[in-house]
Design a protein around this ligand. Structure first.
Ligand SMILES: [Zn+2]
Length: 413
């Protein structure tokens, strides 16, 4: 078995690993690098993506984050994409709103612990706890060798027990563990991220003390977080108002345990930017499907003090027009680094202009070092190869049997 990390050996984002056995090949993820533009980013030099090469059997996508699947949008051949059902539904919904998202022409559904045989490869997905819904680690076996690709993971989210189960019953005899290390060199060394349950309690405090509209800026795809926010709304008697995109994602997943239109106190607002998009792309069925729980701009002032609203900066003008910002507060629930970027200076000014206080309420989608160690010890692979980290050099300080690889290097297992 031969391996090549095309991208990700020394960076977070754009992960892509090629595995070859008996002349047949499989890709694990085909991500868009962080901050990269799709138009300006070429595909990695892998035969079968642009021109037909039947030895490329499939592209397994670990989860629905752009830095793991974004470049599939540029693949010219009908290579089967192996992906979870929930992740596929999220990407398909995202494409209605953001046309850059890929359209997977051929898909093979992956399910927790159900092996799939593709040529010489047996691929076993392990459902993981991560900030993306329906995220998997992937065990790939071929020619008596085993590679375990961690994908992105954590244990402090709403599916943390999956991680504990994996530790109790890990795959045996793994030759190579490709393990993410997002938090190395970041805050992961402190080993104490709040759990989603703890965040829920913090949201309750914030919502209780809010005088006016409580705006929460988070990702519409961070389903764990939306569950935390919704639960906190229920416990504080607040209504939750989400934008049409977020509502569409929640409905598309088709998991009736997730908050969505029809749930008590759940409302949908269609911001101008999304209204223009609906008109332009003639997606009228989407707003129609939520008409029974829709709230309009004119109502926002009346609802402000009894509501929590999911927020994105493109909504600022709508909120000004509605005149609902008196006593408003903004709870920032994303990676803090984004807000410090220059492109959001205008937004900081906007908050100041309207005297909206900002508080942070967030936890990482990735495991701190302690949990990375627990996984490395449980899998106990012959070799541990860093991936999805800006600090691969520091792996040796924390884990055993570390072997560094470079992007583009081909090595055998
Ligand atoms: Zn991710």
């Amino acid at each position: 078995m031969n391996l090549c990390i095309h991208r990700g050996a020394k960076e977070i984002g754009g992960s892509c690993v090629e595995i070859e056995a008996d002349g047949q090949r499989l890709l694990l993820d085909l991500g868009l690098p962080l901050d990269a533009e799709l138009d300006k980013t070429p595909l990695p030099d892998i035969s079968g993506l642009e021109k037909l090469d039947e030895s490329l059997l499939g592209i397994a996508i670990s989860h629905a984050h752009l830095d793991h699947y974004g470049l599939v949008a540029k693949v010219r051949q009908r290579v089967p994409v192996l992906i979870g059902k929930g992740a596929l539904r999220i990407i398909n919904t995202t494409r209605q709103f953001f046309p850059d998202a890929p359209d997977f022409l051929r898909t093979i559904e992956i399910r927790n612990k159900e092996p799939i045989v593709l040529g010489p490869f047996t691929i076993t997905p392990y459902l993981m706890d991560h900030s993306a819904y329906d995220a998997y680690a992937l065990l790939v076996e071929a020619r008596g060798k085993k590679v375990f690709y961690s994908g992105d993971f954590r244990s402090h989210g709403r599916k943390g027990r999956l991680f504990e189960k994996l530790l109790q019953n890990p795959p045996k005899g793994v030759d190579v563990l490709l393990m993410e290390g997002t938090t190395l060199g970041r805050s992961g060394l402190e080993n104490k991220y709040p759990s989603e349950d703890e965040l829920e309690s913090r949201f309750i405090d914030h919502f209780n003390s809010a005088q006016g509209l409580a705006l929460v800026w988070t990702s519409g795809q961070n389903i764990d977080r939306i569950v935390s926010i919704y639960k906190a709304c229920r416990k504080t008697g607040k209504k939750l108002i989400v934008d049409l995109y977020t509502a569409s994602i929640l409905m598309a997943i088709k998991n009736d345990k997730l908050p969505q239109p029809g749930f008590k106190g759940f409302h949908v607002f269609v911001p101008t930017s999304q209204r223009i998009l609906i008109k332009k792309r003639e997606l009228f069925d989407i707003p129609k499907s939520v008409s029974f729980c829709r709230v309009y701009l004119e109502k926002l002032t009346d609802l402000a003090s009894s509501s929590v609203m999911l927020f994105r900066p493109s909504m600022t003008r709508d909120l000004e027009t509605a005149g609902c910002l008196e006593g408003a507060t903004l709870i920032y629930s994303l990676w803090p680094g984004y807000l410090e970027e220059e492109r959001y200076q205008w937004f900081q000014d906007w908050l100041e202009k309207h005297q909206i206080p900002l508080t942070y309420c967030h936890t990482s989608g990735h495991a701190p070092v302690n949990d990375l160690k627990r996984l490395a010890e449980a899998i106990s692979a012959k070799r541990l190869v860093p991936i999805h980290s800006f600090e691969p050099d520091t792996y040796k300080e924390h884990f055993k049997n570390v072997e560094m690889r470079n992007d583009g290097e081909i090595w055998s297992v």
